[in-house]
Design a protein around this ligand. Structure first.
Ligand code: PAF
Length: 283
């Protein structure tokens, strides 16, 4: 696997692969790679002939400078993981390479409606930062397919909507969430948890499952179910941000009669803001 740091090198490598008739798969990341990222690479190498990953800790999507500063930077270990899993090319650009005219002078991409509410409320501007960097990376790589984790359900919805609205000509593939034994969704932010907090963090997935079971059992008291789960999280030492049931495709608030639902949660535990979700299919 080759690592390149400039857009010119990236595009030369991708062009050579495309000229050789290869289908290009792209896995954008912010690094600190874990098994949840590796299954994205596995899926990309199953569906494509040449896999490009990127590692870029995108300052535009952080609304807290301390959060940006402490985000784990683990390039050597990340390169090793990618090498082990059939990644062909790593793009590791600097902030100047990505934003040569400064972040404030950067044209931004904003995806309305799906970016609003949920994490969009507690992290203002976050999804504009994500849509902007992902759109730039898409234009640089010009993949045939791009792979994202379903753990970041709202992010995936934002990217799918952007790709559809801007008529970008490739597939966006959502890959199921990788979990620890207790159900905790794998995330780079789990590194901020103590062992005890990691055990406790499994309650988020348990509560999502309990809400799902009640809905599958016939309840459409979405708010009551979510409020009760939030209360329980608070008694377990979390600071719950939201638990909401939404229609899974549009992300609008769910109503009785919707068949494809998703229950989404965000909560702070210790130093980590954890998010998770569970799809519920009633059809
Ligand atoms: O999910 C992430 O790691 C980031 O939000 C992404 C998609 C790489 C954009 O910076």
């Amino acid at each position: 696997m080759k690592t390149v740091e400039t857009i010119a090198e990236l595009q030369a490598e991708v062009k050579a692969a495309r000229d050789a008739g290869k289908r290009i798969g792209f896995v954008p990341t912010m690094g600190n790679l874990h098994e949840g990222h590796m299954i994205l690479v596995d899926q990309a190498s199953e569906e494509c002939d040449f896999v490009v990953a990127s590692i870029f800790i995108n300052p535009l999507q952080f609304n807290d400078i301390d959060d940006l500063g402490r985000y784990p930077r683990t390039l050597a270990a990340d390169q090793e993981h990618l090498r082990d899993r059939d990644c062909d090319l790593l793009f590791f650009p600097s902030v100047d390479e990505m934003y040569p005219h400064g972040q404030d002078a950067q044209t931004t991409v904003s995806v309305p409606v799906v970016s609003e509410g949920l994490c969009g409320s507690s992290r203002p501007g976050h999804f504009d930062g994500v849509a902007t960097v992902v759109s730039k990376l898409f234009h640089m790589v010009q993949p045939d397919a791009a792979f994202f984790g379903e753990k970041d359900f709202q992010q995936l919805a934002v990217i799918r909507k952007m790709v559809s609205d801007l008529n970008l000509p490739f597939d966006v593939v959502g890959v199921p969430t990788c979990r620890e034994e207790n159900g905790l969704a794998m995330s780079s932010r789990n590194n901020y948890l103590s062992e005890q907090e990691k055990d406790n963090a499994g309650h988020i997935y348990r509560l999502l499952n309990e809400i799902s079971d009640s809905i599958l059992g016939g309840s459409s008291q979405f708010k009551t179910l979510c409020d009760a789960a939030k209360k329980e999280l608070a008694t377990l030492g979390f600071k719950p941000d939201y638990i909401e049931v939404r229609e899974a495709n549009s992300l609008r608030p769910a109503k009785a009669g919707d068949n494809e639902l998703v229950v989404l949660a965000a909560a702070i535990l210790g130093k980590a803001r954890l998010i998770d979700n569970l799809r519920i299919n009633l059809s």
